[in-house]
Design a protein around this ligand. Structure first.
Ligand code: PMP
Length: 446
């Protein structure tokens, strides 16, 4: 054994948790993370060969299912062709092609894409573009950003600042100043168990006008919302809500940003939520499904008029002094192009449309199951709220999650909310398997 190998060996023995896992309770998982070794289609496979049905599409990202051969092959070919090229003043053919294909996939009016490497970078980039846009138009005083309660926008300082999940911010000290938040457009008393989109969107969106009476609208740069709140617990927008946000933003010259990191790439049955709900934002952050989860990538999709404001602005506005070493990485662009091919060739959205009614129907059949106090669905998303056990918030959610895993189904829990977001290629029998596992788990927890 070489000295180097020996050193590596002993470090492994002494430091079993060399990998500091993100969003993972450090003591509980110190030596026993849940290990998956392989994945195919709808399943993960553990080192001892157990198959687990993936109810989360990895982490809301493997939308076309695991191990899509065309994507894997595209990545392999790209790696052999061009390992890396900077995107600063240079490019490569796949980056050019992918940007154009993405703009076709996106709603009408989105004509540009700024490539980044994750959802967090996409959000921070979108927020920076929004401020720089106003500056390019001679309105440098427009700097305020408006987020929303329960919003999740990644872990960068900008995304965290507009986030509406207080405990994510608690350990990190001061964030961006000049940020305000809208309330969540949800009221359990009137909206629990509604199918599709609940009523009441117009009244909920008026909260933005109220906020703008407190913060001079001429100082506001952008409003950022997830069209469907994702990590915060799957809250679909009530009817009329997004349309009304759009109208208020237009009225006051404020940019509207949709964070489509979860809702993009088919999750709601359309390419993006913007198409599903017929509301056109000025900027859209995306990531996750872009490469089917296979290579880290994110992007900001930019409406033509936003880009044009830079082109028409003063000379210093024409170069956005922003970007990342790995923006438009060759492997990511190849994976992105192949993902769009897979969506088209396998008619992913067409097959999804056939199973969505069953998804909604089967989810809502859990009404009346033990502990269930609300069920929400939007596209192939679902959240099931459980009543907390008195004095033990989150315990029921955690126990239900563990029992589902024992039964071979991977779900997620955000406290006492069970969350589902499986690959879009799910079969009817697999929908049944997921909800049956949850039903059995709920029957077993106290
Ligand atoms: N925005 C939204 C809406 C998200 O759901 C996420 C990730 N869950 C992010 C941003 C951050 O993405 P990433 O983890 O790739 O940085």
């Amino acid at each position: 054994m070489t000295a180097h190998a020996f050193a590596a060996e002993s470090r492994r023995d002494n430091v079993p948790d060399a990998f500091w896992m993100p969003f993972t309770p450090m003591r509980a998982f110190r030596q026993a993370p849940l290990l998956f070794e392989r994945a195919e289609g709808m399943h993960y496979i553990t080192p001892d060969g157990r198959r687990v049905l993936d109810g989360m599409a990895g982490l809301w990202c493997v939308n076309a299912g695991h191990g899509q051969a065309k994507i894997t092959e595209a990545i392999r070919a790209a790696a052999g062709r061009l390992d890396f090229v900077s995107s600063f003043k240079m490019s490569h053919p796949d980056a050019q092609a992918y940007a154009a294909r993405l703009c076709d996939f996106a709603p009408e009016g989105i004509d540009h894409v700024f490539f980044v490497n994750s959802g967090s970078e996409a959000v921070d980039t979108a927020l920076k573009i929004a401020r720089a846009y106003h500056q390019a138009r001679g309105q440098a005083g427009r700097t305020k950003l408006i987020g929303r309660a329960k919003g999740y926008h990644g872990m960068g300082w900008g995304g965290l600042s507009v986030s509406g999940i207080g405990r994510h911010k608690a350990a990190f000290g001061p964030l961006l100043p000049d940020v305000a938040h809208l309330p969540l457009p949800y009221d359990r008393a009137t909206m629990a168990f509604s199918r599709g989109r609940p009523e009441g969107g117009l009244a909920a969106a008026e909260a933005l006008e109220t906020l703008l009476q407190i913060h001079d609208p001429a100082t506001v740069a952008a409003v950022i919302v997830e069209p469907v709140t994702g990590s915060g617990g799957v809250y679909p927008p009530p009817k009329g809500y997004l349309e009304c946000l759009r109208a208020i933003c237009d009225r006051h010259g404020i940019l509207l940003i949709f964070d489509e990191v979860i809702t993009g790439f088919g999750r709601l049955g359309s390419p993006f939520a913007a198409q599903a709900y017929g509301v056109r934002p000025d900027l859209m952050s995306c990531a996750k499904g872009m490469t089917n989860g296979a290579v880290p990538m994110g992007g900001v999709l930019v409406a033509g008029h936003v880009y044009e404001a830079f082109m028409a602005g003063p000379p210093e506005a024409i170069e956005l002094l922003h970007g990342y070493t790995y923006s438009a990485h060759p492997l990511a662009c190849a994976a992105g192009l192949a993902t769009l091919d897979v969506f088209a060739e396998q008619d992913i959205l067409g097959s999804l449309a056939k199973v969505l009614p069953l998804w909604e129907e089967r989810a809502h059949r859990l009404k009346g199951a033990a502990h269930v106090v609300d069920i929400r669905t939007a596209g192939l998303l679902c959240a099931i709220d459980l009543a907390p056990r008195p004095g033990a918030d989150g315990a029921r959610g955690g126990e239900a999650n563990a029992l589902c895993l024992d039964a071979g189904v991977l779900v997620r829990n955000a406290g006492d909310t069970l969350v589902l977001s499986p690959p879009l290629v799910i079969a009817r029998a697999e929908i049944e398997e997921i909800f049956a596992a949850i039903e059995r788990a709920l029957g077993r927890i106290g």
